[in-house]
Design a binder for this molecule. Structure first.
Ligand code: DGL
Length: 259
């Protein structure tokens, strides 16, 4: 079984990409809704939550963990890899493909403040920017949209426009979706910025997951998808169905604490 977690519903965009390449493998998804959003939390708190979620998934049968969250990957990937006995697949904003795609020499990374302030992100820009201007924008209201299941319509468009329009006016032609909550908003972003290139690293993470699964010789299952939340399942169910695109059950998981 492949375990994935995120602060909330954004990681479902990664789960979908994983299901596209490994349709017969069973997935177990944990939304840490009780502590969502991770963006404004201290790094140590995100690390604590990431360890809690990953351990919960392992205890429930996950043989590989996908950190379906850029913020948690930034804060906790190293400690997860040294602590857990199962392989851990992480993610990072797609600076490299964005730099390859831009024609104006200006790219923007839309992410959380936690991801953008992390050391990992600084190193990524240093390594791959190669003279391209990298603008960074924390977009917490876009996380809120997805948690509310508002994936289209005037309100969603107004929020996205507020972040994206000034960047377009400044010559940005490539947007890195550096938070897993943002791929579900890609149609809205494309409405606001029809000429822009959007970079989603979900498919690359799914491809890496497939390599790890092959190396582990993990036997496929029946393609079952189970979803759990540390919050109230009744509160997130409608938005979860909208983001996932199908009605699946979501059950209560232990909540845990942070110090
Ligand atoms: N989905 C998450 C990410 O990829 C975090 C959003 C949040 O909880 O602030 O960064």
């Amino acid at each position: 079984m492949i375990g994935l977690f995120d602060s909330g519903l954004g990681g479902l965009s990664v789960a979908r990409a994983v299901r596209a390449v490994l349709p017969r493998h069973d997935l177990i998804y944990l939304a840490d809704s009780a502590y969502c959003p991770y963006g404004p939390l201290a790094t140590a708190q995100v690390r604590e939550r990431a360890l809690f979620c990953a351990r919960w998934l392992v205890a429930h049968g996950a043989a590989v963990i996908v950190v379906a969250c850029n913020t948690a990957s930034s804060a906790a990937l190293d400690v997860l890899r040294t602590t857990l006995e199962v392989p851990v697949v992480g993610m990072e904003p797609g600076i490299k493909p964005a730099v390859a795609a831009t024609r104006t020499g200006k790219v923007a990374v839309l992410a959380t403040s936690g991801t953008l302030q992390g050391d990992r992100f600084g190193r990524l820009v240093e390594q791959f920017a190669h003279g391209v201007t990298v603008r960074t924008v924390a977009c917490p209201a876009m996380v809120d949209l997805v948690e509310a299941g508002l994936l289209r319509g005037d309100d969603a468009e107004a929020v996205v426009r507020g972040y994206v329009a000034p960047l377009l006016a400044d010559g940005v032609d490539t947007f890195v979706l550096g938070c897993t909550h943002f791929p579900p908003l890609a149609p809205v972003i494309a409405t606001v910025a029809p000429e822009a290139t959007l970079i989603d690293t979900g498919p690359a993470v799914a491809a890496q997951t497939a390599r790890v699964v092959a190396k582990l010789e993990l036997a496929p299952g029946s393609g079952r998808v189970q979803a759990f939340t540390t919050g109230d399942p009744a509160l997130i169910r409608p938005a979860l169905w909208r983001v996932w695109g199908e009605t699946i059950d979501v059950a209560q998981a232990l909540q845990g604490t942070i110090t």
